[in-house]
Write a protein that binds this ligand. Structure first.
Ligand code: ADP
Ligand code: MG
Length: 688
């Protein structure tokens, strides 16, 4: 057994059965080395449970039944695929079992034989159908019964088995070093690290999975909070190096706006303004639901420091959003006759030459405001005098990035903005000892978004509805969970969906797509054309999830809505309902699971992020871990500050103790922890 420290340096090709071709496939889902492979946690688990009588089968579940075959299957041709149908029953009821394109099954499914069939159950108008089940003999099923198989997110060509096999090899080859002292593990009831990493992929029971999950969540919080404590140390009662004497420039802008600030915006702006003018450095979280108008507050802060000759930076998690902020900021400056030359857009996809020139202008102080992605925090960027650093959609960044930007100046003012509805107590832990401003009011004239949750049979109706909306000049988003065709047949993808819609809507209505695998330039072009209303329907992945602001878009239709977390769906929905017109959100449920429907109904009922988060939490509390869903809060793979609040609070107490005892984590007890922190993997730092 080797040590796991260097997994990040080991390529997948060192594993048996993985050549260059498979390596590429893994790369597509972001797995380029063994460390990333091990941290590619299952999105769900498939438990091989006891067989169920036909009468008790539940729609939308994968279940197993024992069938004594009395009649051979019939084969129906004529549709797209030959359908093999086995009409069967037990004493509790009748069931139809369907397979596509497998007529040769007739040879196996003989009268008198007994098999176990395991597959997705659909109940429709008193019929019970099982689609494309696996087939086992009684003895074969006995062997797998009770086992739990990991279910990974896949992409075309990359099969679940390939990932599971690769993970298994790594787990067999390497052990994971324990860095937590025994007394701490005992105190918090944590399994050892090696067990946790093994069992998160291959649990045998729900208990094992729960234990593994708890340990890994604990570790994610621990790493996060230890990092944060370093940043906070710097911000205790520091003197304000960039005192703003007056904010008349901001007042002028406010007077010129085409709208009145909401009461909440006025209150929050005065809190920020007062702090910028005070004797200490600002370190503040601005929290406000989607659409509450956080951007203008950021702009007012930026203009205030710029007017004093200081520099500021605004970071957004995606290029699309950064570019949009840049354009809006330039527009605002122009409207107020302020020099736009002093503003610069900095993104990762700029050429080396463009970057170099930008760096020079930033270093010389010629540029006063830098708007961009995390490219801003690259070490090469030197500010002459950074006085205010703002991050938008903070939950998409990790703590390290915030730390670096803070180091870019002599303790600049910090403003982090987030739509994540997180209770104050937890926010204080997650964001450190910063002050909190809340925008608890939406601009008044907005109409409430109308929602519906429907199944796939509603698609046609939805298309004609979308056509009506586009005919009246509006635009629509359609969201799919995947980029390209997938192993997982029940899941829509952007590429094929766009082709399909083009056939239906074009040439009258232009349809284009947007996804994360397009180049930055392609993405920006599409986004620009969409905001100029040249594209009427945009089929997209969740790349548009954060921040995008096209008020003319009035419809959003989300395919496979059940695949997303509620927080994420709420963010997505926040892209509409931004203008004066009535907006509509259609959640299309791709499966018929009652559980999923329950979750989606929460969104159907309410547009309030706080309410949604609370209800989501209640449901998740009841749900079983096998259907694990991730929080969507970047910086964490498994941990969810909201759902795992109890662990978060424990860890935050522990971190205080550790820091008191051994601030540098260099002593005997915490030395290993300190080492680990040094070399911790990138995903803790945020997914960008
Ligand atoms: P978020 O808080 O989600 O970042 P934005 O700052 O993007 O929200 O604002 C959403 C939209 O509302 C933008 O088009 C913005 O111009 C507009 N807006 C912001 N404040 C107001 C206001 N007080 N009245 C009307 N519209 C506003
Ligand atoms: Mg925003």
């Amino acid at each position: 057994m080797g040590s796991n420290n260097l997994l990040a340096e080991k390529r997948l090709s060192e594993l048996k059965g993985i050549g260059p071709k498979s390596e590429k496939l893994f790369g597509k889902v972001g797995i380029d080395n063994l460390d990333q492979l091990i941290h590619y946690y299952p999105r769900a688990y498939d438990a091989y449970k006891e067989c169920v009588p036909v009468g008790e089968l539940v729609s939308g579940e994968k279940q197993a039944v024992i069938i004594h075959i009395k009649r051979p299957p019939v084969i129906k041709t004529g549709g797209r695929a030959a359908l093999t149908i086995l009409n069967a029953e037990d004493i509790t009821g009748k069931i139809e079992i369907h397979w596509f394109n497998m007529p040769y099954l007739r040879a196996t499914l003989k009268r008198g034989a007994v098999f176990i069939f395991r597959g997705m159950v659909i109940r429709k108008n008193n019929r019970v159908i099982m689609e494309h089940p696996e087939i086992f003999t009684l003895a074969q099923y006995e062997d797998v019964k009770g086992s739990v198989q990991p279910v990974y997110s896949l992409t075309a060509g990359l099969k679940n088995k390939m990932i599971a096999k690769a993970v298994k090899q790594v787990l067999g080859k390497y052990a994971f070093i324990e860095y937590l002292p025994d007394d701490i593990r005992n105190k918090y009831g944590l399994v050892d690290r090696d067990t946790a990493v093994n069992k998160i992929h291959f649990p045998i029971s729900e208990k094992e999975l729960k234990d593994a999950h708890k340990r890994l969540v604990f570790d994610e919080f621990l790493v996060y909070l230890l990092r944060l404590s370093k940043i906070n140390e710097n911000y205790k009662e520091t003197e304000n190096n960039y005192k703003i004497q007056d904010t008349s420039e901001a007042d002028r802008i406010i007077n010129n706006l085409s709208f009145d600030l909401t009461g909440a915006q006025k209150k929050v702006w005065s809190e920020i303004r007062d702090e910028l003018m005070s004797s200490h450095t600002m370190n503040r979280l601005l929290q406000g639901d989607v659409g509450s108008g956080k951007t203008i507050i950021a702009f007012l802060s930026m203009i205030s420091v710029m007017s004093k000759g200081y520099q500021c930076a605004l970071m957004a998690p995606t290029e699309v959003l950064a570019a949009q902020h840049y354009n809006s900021f330039i527009r605002l400056l122009r409207e107020n006759s302020i020099d736009t030359e002093q503003v610069l857009l900095l993104t990762g996809s700029m050429t080396a030459k463009e970057k170099r020139e930008s760096y020079e202008k930033i270093a010389s102080g010629e540029v006063k405001a830098v708007i961009g992605t995390h490219a801003i925090i690259q070490y090469k960027v030197e500010f002459k005098c950074l006085s205010l650093a703002i991050t938008d959609e903070q939950h998409r960044f990790g703590v390290k990035q915030r730390g670096i930007i803070a180091e870019k100046g002599i303790l600049p003012h910090i403003l982090v903005m987030s739509a994540t509805p997180i209770p104050r107590t937890l926010a204080l832990i997650i964001y450190g000892e910063l002050k909190i401003s809340v925008l608890d009011e939406l601009p008044a004239e907005r109409l409430k978004i109308k929602n519906c949750v429907v199944d796939t049979s509603y698609r046609k109706t939805a298309y004609s509805f979308i056509k009506k909306e586009t005919d009246s000049g509006h635009q629509a988003y359609i969201i799919c969970p995947m980029i390209e065709p997938n192993e997982d047949l029940g899941c829509e993808n952007v590429i094929e969906y766009t082709k399909k819609l083009k056939k239906i809507f074009e040439p009258d209505v232009r349809v284009e797509m947007l996804h994360g695998r397009m180049t930055a330039e392609e993405k920006l072009n599409i986004m620009n054309e969409f905001s100029e209303n040249k594209i009427r329907i945009l089929v997209s992945t969740t790349v548009i999830e954060v921040g995008v602001d096209v008020p003319n878009a009035t419809v959003m239709m989300i395919e496979n809505a059940e695949r997303f977390g509620l927080a994420q769906l709420h963010q997505l929905r926040g892209r509409i309902g931004r203008g004066d017109a009535q907006s509509y959100c259609i959640f299309l449920q791709g499966d018929s699971k009652e559980e999923d429907n329950k979750r989606l109904q929460i969104l159907n009922k309410s547009n309030d992020g706080f309410y949604i988060a609370q209800e989501d939490l209640k449901l998740r509390g009841q749900g079983d871990l096998f259907g694990l869903r991730q929080s969507g809060m970047a910086g964490f793979s498994l941990a969810d500050p909201f759902g795992d609040a109890d662990i978060l609070i424990q860890v935050s107490e522990l971190v205080k103790e550790i820091i008191k005892e051994d601030p540098d984590l260099s002593g005997e007890k915490y030395g290993l922890l300190g080492n680990m922190l040094e070399q911790v993997r990138n995903d803790i730092e945020g997914i960008l």
